[in-house]
Design a protein around this ligand. Structure first.
Ligand code: UDP
Length: 369
């Protein structure tokens, strides 16, 4: 007997929306469900005081992949926002990512050669040759002073683990530049969708049936009956009832406030890099879109270890979790009618562009069958 839908897509975030769009284009029928009462997953934005608020944390679209850039531009117009966060270390202000402006403020150095010498000297003093963890990687890239003031406290707050127990790839996400360039990303294309991410995802899901407030895992038996195949974008360990143990995630809590002033901090993102300030950063949402509203909305971001019932945000991609995920992946590969995708489904610290790239790739293979 033919089932009602070709695909049941669990999760209305970016991965689910890309898959749904591609499936619709290929003439397939899909139902998209989400346990939340809104679409767009963690890139969801809502409007308040004329400002698009990033409810689940700031998202800045950036990519080197022209195909992905063209793809998202079908669904939204992107503005020219360039991310240039500022670090506040006990009242001292530094530019990020680590670049000549940072080095000049930290050491008074003027030329790239002077900056490189300073870093090399600090790396030697720390005795690092082959960096084996985030701490050693950071010191070898930018020296001890920057590590102590701009990395150590922030990273330990964000990950709840000491830097020498974290994998070095996390810090390699950030560029280190010997030019006076505060662009946080090395991407060719960058911007924020005008009108917010929710609208962009809404356009992707145009013409696809959506049911919100539906928990797949609670209604698995009935829901499996209505579709030939499942695209599952929730946490992979939860799908299997945590039968091998729980993977670790970091969660984030936001304290969002509307302020009766037009400009609170003069930048969209200010990182608090000392260990004592309890939040990691403050986001001032209007600056993502050059807002001129009379009020402003800020979110203080607090990082916490995920526990059941919280929203998972970041997979903790260390060795122990990597090994556990590998076992879940074996189980996932045996689920013949289920595709696992996205940050939670694949337990990977994906950026948005990578999610789209992978979803397009999987959809292309799946839909030509
Ligand atoms: N990081 C840091 N100080 C900063 C900003 C970032 O030490 O002011 C480190 C930290 O370890 C963080 C990593 O760089 O986990 C990656 O930062 P990114 O901004 O890419 O994190 P995301 O935006 O995904 O939260």
């Amino acid at each position: 007997m033919n089932k009602k839908y070709d695909y049941l897509i669990v999760g209305a975030g970016l991965y689910g929306a890309v898959f749904a769009y591609e499936a619709k284009k290929a003439g397939k029928t899909c139902l998209v469900i989400d346990k939340r009462r809104h679409i767009a997953g963690n890139i969801y934005t809502y409007e308040c005081e004329g400002i698009n608020v990033h409810q689940y944390g700031a998202h800045i679209f950036h990519t080197n992949n022209r195909q992905v850039w063209n793809y998202v531009n079908q669904f939204a117009e992107f503005n020219r926002y360039t991310n240039s966060p500022v670090a506040n270390y006990n009242g001292e202000i530094y530019n990020l990512p680590f670049n000549m402006n940072t080095f000049n403020k930290m050491w008074g150095v003027i030329t790239p050669q002077q900056a490189a010498e300073k870093i090399e000297q600090q790396r030697k003093e720390a005795g690092i040759t082959e960096p084996e963890n985030l701490e050693e990687q950071a010191i070898s890239l930018v020296g001890t002073d920057i590590y102590e003031k701009l990395i150590k406290g922030y990273t330990q707050k964000q990950w709840g683990r000491p830097c020498n127990e974290l994998p070095s790839f996390i810090i390699k996400r950030l560029p280190v530049r010997f030019t006076y360039d505060n662009n946080y990303f090395n991407a060719l294309y960058q911007g924020i969708p005008v009108g917010g991410y929710t609208n962009m995802v809404k356009n992707m899901l145009e013409g696809t049936e959506i049911k919100l407030g539906v928990d797949y895992l609670e209604n698995r038996e009935e829901l499996n009956k209505i579709a030939e195949k499942i695209v599952y974008t929730g946490p992979v360990d939860e799908y299997f009832g945590y039968c091998l143990g729980a993977l670790q995630y970091r969660s984030v809590r936001f304290e969002t406030e509307t302020l009766d002033m037009d400009n609170y901090q003069g930048n969209a993102v200010v990182n608090y890099t000392d260990a004592e300030t309890p939040y990691t950063r403050i986001i001032e949402h209007k600056h993502f879109e050059f807002g001129t509203q009379p009020k402003t909305i800020i979110s203080r971001e607090y990082s916490a270890e995920w526990k059941q019932g919280d929203e998972p945000y970041y997979p903790v991609n260390d060795d122990a979790n990597g090994a556990l995920y590998a076992k879940y992946k074996e189980l996932a590969d045996k689920e013949a009618n289920v595709i696992f995708g996205g940050r939670l489904g694949e337990y990977k610290y994906y950026d948005m562009d990578k999610v789209i790239e992978v979803a397009l790739d999987v959809a292309a293979k799946e839909l030509c069958k």
